[in-house]
Ligand binder design. Structure first.
Ligand code: PLP
Length: 463
């Protein structure tokens, strides 16, 4: 693909960006100092290119979402065809569209692989909206069930469930709560299963037990008959690719069953192949009652999200008249058509199996090469989600200057300069490449990471 650029495009767009555009999750004063955002103009496969002609290997699949990679004309054609036929119709008031219905059935086909009761789908346009839907639907369910006291959600500290009022409240990021007077009432945050950060050197199963005990203690202190649900990402993504010990999720599930609490998995990142299964909970062998999905559902080509709901819950909803919830764009036909085509690509190209059997294990192996680096405390991965912990002393969890947050941005910026787009979350460099990534590209990711860590070392030692 060849996109001709005018010489002044870059300067002009950066100036307009600073003058008029407020980018998401950004420090506007810092952007001003930097002279504006990096403007991405085009992309192909696993490579993105900016307006100044710099190409980067996209180690983040956009924002954890471009699972089938860039440049898929099939997805553009699906949108084009649908927009000519029926660009829009809603799903309010006893109407639906063919792509929405077909996509719901297709998602159900994948959900029942893990939980045969998970067969129903409610559409939204973003992960945050999906979690808002979850929040209202679950509370409404308990009221109809005759247990209106069950309104409390238990979530984890450092979880990410979105940026809307309910999403950010369910999330466990205190710096997000600080803006806007969050969390809203009725949400309790418990320990996260972050072994490197909070259980360093401990036996993983004993650490999982301690995390699960914290959930049980909270259930008991809130009152078991007041807890509606437990919500968690199978693997916390934006929290820093926090991979729980394998025994964690089955124990959480058993605890939910013990107290009659609903189990909700936020599959916004883990869904659609990231962990080598259609959904992350299928990797851990647990059966949630409700799941949220977005990102990989359409590989980010159009905004769409969905909430998967069990038949048991839907039967109860049927006793309550209208579920007075929904968005203008719930089940948007073009977005649904693109999601269907996207799932078609994942199936046809065997991207789930490839992640599970080929590229996931290859990434794990490649990351081992970083274990001997003086700045690496741990390199870990599951499927095609990876993380590298930057520390001041190899093999420890001692951070630079004794606190988190100094090293991450430095290493991240050097990686980007060296041609790799990654994210630095505190002092954790995270990776989430497109599922089409090749072994050669994985090697390249690890090479750039290693060289960038080495380049960062003198900078960090001089802090
Ligand atoms: C990205 C994300 C969300 C929010 O999705 P948006 O589309 O940005 O609203 C929710 N949950 C998880 C786990 C996410 O990673």
């Amino acid at each position: 693909m060849n996109i001709p650029l005018k010489n002044n495009d870059s300067a002009e767009l950066k100036a307009l960006d600073l003058a008029h555009h407020l980018p998401a999750q950004a420090d506007y004063a810092l952007l001003e100092q930097l002279g504006g955002s990096r403007i991405i103009t085009h992309a192909e496969g696993c490579v993105i290119t900016d307006i100044d002609g710099k190409s980067l290997l996209d180690g983040m699949a956009g924002l954890w979402c471009v699972n089938v990679g860039y440049g898929r004309s099939e997805l553009a054609e699906a949108a084009y065809k649908q927009m000519l036929e029926l660009p829009y119709y809603n799903t309010f008031f006893k109407t639906a569209t063919a792509p929405a219905v077909r996509l719901a059935a297709k998602i159900a086909e994948k959900m029942v692989l893990g939980n045969p009761d998970l067969k129903h789908v409610f559409f939204n346009s973003s992960g945050s909206e999906a979690n808002d839907t979850v929040f209202r639907l679950v509370r409404h369910y308990w009221t109809l069930e005759g247990e209106p006291e069950r309104q409390v959600f238990i979530s984890r500290r450092n979880a990410y469930h979105g940026s809307t009022v309910a999403g950010a409240s369910l999330g466990g990021m205190t710096f997000m709560h600080a803006q806007g007077g969050l969390p809203i009432p009725g949400i309790e945050h418990v320990r996260q299963p972050y072994l490197f950060g909070e259980g360093f050197g401990q036996d993983p199963d004993a650490f999982a037990d301690a995390c699960v005990q914290d959930i049980e203690d909270r259930i008991l202190s809130v009152g078991p008959d007041k807890v509606a649900a437990f919500i968690g990402e199978p693997v916390q993504g934006a929290g820093g690719v926090v991979i729980p010990p394998e025994s964690y999720w089955p124990k959480v599930e058993a605890l939910c069953r013990k107290y009659g609490i609903l189990l909700i998995c936020d599959e916004v990142i883990c869904g659609f192949g990231r962990l080598g299964q259609w959904f992350g909970h299928q990797h851990y062998g647990v059966k949630p009652d409700v799941i949220a999905m977005a990102k990989g559902l359409s590989s980010g080509y159009l905004p769409i999200s969905a909430v998967g709901v069990s038949s048991q819950i839907v039967e109860v909803l049927k006793t309550g008249g209208d579920f007075v919830h929904g968005y203008t764009y719930s089940g948007h036909p073009a977005a649904c058509a693109v999601a269907l085509a996207n799932i078609g690509i994942i199936e046809r190209e065997g991207l789930i199996e490839r992640t599970r059997e080929v590229t996931g294990p290859y990434l794990a192996q490649a990351l081992k090469r970083l274990d001997g680096h003086p700045l690496v405390g741990e390199a870990r991965s599951i499927g095609l989600l990876g993380a590298v912990e930057i520390v001041a002393e190899m093999g420890t969890n001692t951070r630079f200057k004794g606190a988190e947050g100094h090293a991450g941005p430095v290493v991240r910026d050097i990686c980007i300069k060296n041609g790799l787009m990654v994210r630095g979350i505190r002092d954790t460099i995270v990776m989430c490449p497109p599922l089409i990534i090749t072994e050669g590209e994985i090697d390249r990711i690890v090479e750039i990471l290693e060289a960038s860590l080495t380049e960062a070392e003198p900078v960090l030692r001089a802090l």
